[in-house]
Design a binder for this molecule. Sequence first.
Ligand code: CTP
Ligand code: MG
Length: 556
Amino acid sequence: LRPTHRLLSCSGTVAADVKREEQSSRNVETGSEDRTPKKKFSEVQKERREQAQRTVLIHCPNKISEKKFLKYLSQHGPINSHFFYESFGLYAVVEFSQKESVTSLQNVTRTPSMETEAAIPFKSRFFNLKMKNPSSQTSEQSCIQSSNHSPPSNKKLSELLCYAESMDDQLNTLLKEFQLTEEDIKLRYLTCSLIEDLAAAYFQDCTVRPFGSSVNSFGKLGCDLDMFLDLDEIGKLNTNKTSGNFLMEFQVKNVPSERIATQKILSVIGECLDHFGPGCVGVQKILNARCPLVRFSHQASGFQCDLTTNNRIALKSSELLYIYGTLDSRVRALVFSIRCWARAHSLTSSIPGSWITNFSLTMMVIFFLQRRSPPILPTLDYLKTLADAEDKCIIEGHNCTFIHDLNRIKPSGNTETLESLLKEFFEYFGNFAFNKNSINIRQGREQNKPESSPLHIQNPFETSLNISKNVNQSQLQKFVDLARESAWILSQEDKDRPSPSSNQPWGLATLLQPSVLSSVSLAKKKRKKPASERIKNLLESIKSSSPENDTHTNGK
Ligand code: CTP
Ligand code: MG
């Protein structure tokens, strides 16, 4: 169960990358390209991580005076920013200016004494604030401003889309409603940082890094939190630092393979999360998977977490996606809309299975944008040619080299609208030769399929892997049928667009209604009436029944 966050109040210094985010959201409105320098992925990660280390999470009493709360905490040092959210209780995220303030707060914090149970005295940065005298506070009431921090309901999304002025406006609106907020991002980095504290009890100086959609610029509110335990930092500290003829190594235990080492480490961390991790529940150790992981819920943040280790390639692919998502403002708008479309028609699911994943869909959009003329996105091979010595990166024998500085990549001269790109996407994949071709973003062109999986999308770094190996023929066929029907609807709509004031679903709103596409297949089969009339009737029938679709469901 993933609780909805309700953001209640927020204040504080706005970090530089947030300013950029605002800037780019302004651009979402104007459609013009952002000219401000864009941060490198590693810079964003470093800043956010450092910010998270100075941050604490506090479960608060429901009725609290914000002013007194801040005054109380300021005893430990200046506060940079804070916000409140609701998730089965009231929580505060407080970022101090200095790390020492956290230690100071921990020093005056006690371990609760239980009457019937016993507490495990693990001291973390997750606190519980109690009133010494609850009755004295009731007169002050909470003066915390309420504002919503969850994705829009289907009804609200549908309304917003109906009133949009153009289809481009619709796609940008959807992006703005679903993209991760500043607070959600902070909470994601904080959660990783809290898990890192636990893992550090075993592996000093380890790092827990978020990857996947939390950081690759394609995260939708409610998406899972992928994190990996990076133990390589430890090795790095010692290399080349010893002088003279001696070299000191740690005495360690050896196991037969890297995989076994990963399983052993994750097994212990999983136990630790389960037994000692405040707020970590439903811990499952999935150690026999291709990429072993520990899955758990972090109750206070509401995130479903997947913890892996030894997963640097996935972090690289997150960085590559971040570059693609940040290069051109159309990319994210298109990816978000296609992900929502896929979710609405049950092409994707929060349960793993033989369906297409969001990650595969994102790769398909990137590939499609590389195929435009002129291309909107460069190929990975081209990004590799731009790399300098510092960008060089080989992981486990795989060449993961590509340019890190986004500002050195020339913007595309392509000026196609989002409306046209959405239509063309459906046309393109509605007619793609999936039976013989593989999708390859490294080269930006189709390749012969090396194996017989129905859908073949080459992993950009581990090139022998197919990232959509799980997809079966019937799921692929469903995708193709829906893409064709969507392309058809959009081509018909051109002729028959209702005025925005008529409050009828149109454009993207029509595509997100599951019933429309199934009725379209039927109507297409019957072919009784002229197309414009069929669409009109369909839209009428939707308006009267207006079923709630499924775009709002969390997860992948
Ligand atoms: N990944 C991969 N190969 C796969 C699946 C996943 O390399 N077959 C990596 C990708 O870097 C991906 C990350 O693992 O971004 C996390 O996987 P997942 O959670 O499935 O995808 P997300 O991109 O995080 O998307 P979602 O919002 O659906 O979680
Ligand atoms: Mg994910």
